[in-house]
Design a protein around this ligand. Structure first.
Ligand code: 3PY
Length: 249
């Protein structure tokens, strides 16, 4: 069975002091959760938050890493650097990075490989735009995103991949896919994984739902057989809201 996970994506929110305070609050309220709990923070928070969450139920991740190993790339942060902070995960392929920073499937493929080579687990995001959904192309889109950046991985490498399905039209818009819509595409994504890695591996792959997931809709979403948790944006920025989602398991 796939591991259940609730992961927070803080995006570009919170200064260092605010981020450390939120992490501390989370360690106080999140005890013995029924799922894996990850917080993915901006780079500047990582080393400090790693100290705060050490020994707690909370794991740490970054929101991005470079597509180069090291060298003259001013302003970039490598997968090795992320790992050296104590982080265990990295989010790659978020639609905001694809859209605003022109991250192509090829760039993402490089990032995924570097992340894995440096011992990070990858939360790989996929999802269609509103236009693509309206044209009923969502299955095609998610399959192409998987094929473009992660389906070349070996079965051994695949163990360190978590998939996050995030319909772009539901990110930060307050719109959520209905639990039925989400389940339908999650089941499809699992079938795509099964085609490449086999049914057993597919059953063990965590597929998270992201896009305006909150405490009020999490129970309905998490009740679906192919939804193994959530990647949470805005609702991960307040301890009580995030805990409400964790408690949905
Ligand atoms: C959201 O819920 O808005 C997200 O983009 C989570 O990654």
């Amino acid at each position: 069975m796939a591991k259940k996970i609730v992961a927070g994506n803080w995006k570009m929110n919170k200064n260092l002091q605010e981020g450390v305070a939120l992490a501390k609050e989370l360690t106080e309220v999140v005890k013995n959760p029924n799922c894996g709990v990850i917080i993915c923070t901006p780079f500047i928070h990582l080393a400090s938050v790693a100290e705060v969450v050490k020994g707690s139920a909370i794991e740490l991740g970054a929101e991005n890493c470079a597509d180069k190993a090291s060298g003259a790339y001013t302003g970039e942060v490598s997968a090795e650097m992320v790992k050296s902070t104590g982080a265990e995960y990295v989010i790659l392929g978020h639609s905001e990075r694809r859209e605003y920073y022109n991250e192509t499937p090829e760039i993402l493929k490089e990032k995924v490989e570097l992340a894995l080579a440096n011992g990070l687990k990858v939360i790989f995001c996929i999802g269609e735009s509103l236009e693509e959904r309206e044209a009923n192309k969502q299955n095609e889109v998610v399959k192409a995103e998987l094929a473009g950046s992660v389906f070349h991985l070996t079965a051994e490498q695949w163990k360190n991949i978590v998939i996050a399905y995030e319909p772009i039209w539901a990110i930060g818009t307050g719109k959520t896919a209905t639990a039925e819509q989400a389940e339908e595409i999650h089941a499809y994504i699992r079938s795509c994984v099964a085609e490449v890695y086999g049914a057993e591996v597919a059953a063990e792959t965590s597929i998270l739902y992201g896009g305006s997931c909150k405490a009020s809709n999490a129970p309905e979403l998490f009740a679906k057989p192919d939804i193994d948790g959530g990647l949470i944006g805005g609702a991960s920025l307040k301890a009580a809201d995030f805990k409400g989602i964790i408690d949905a398991w």
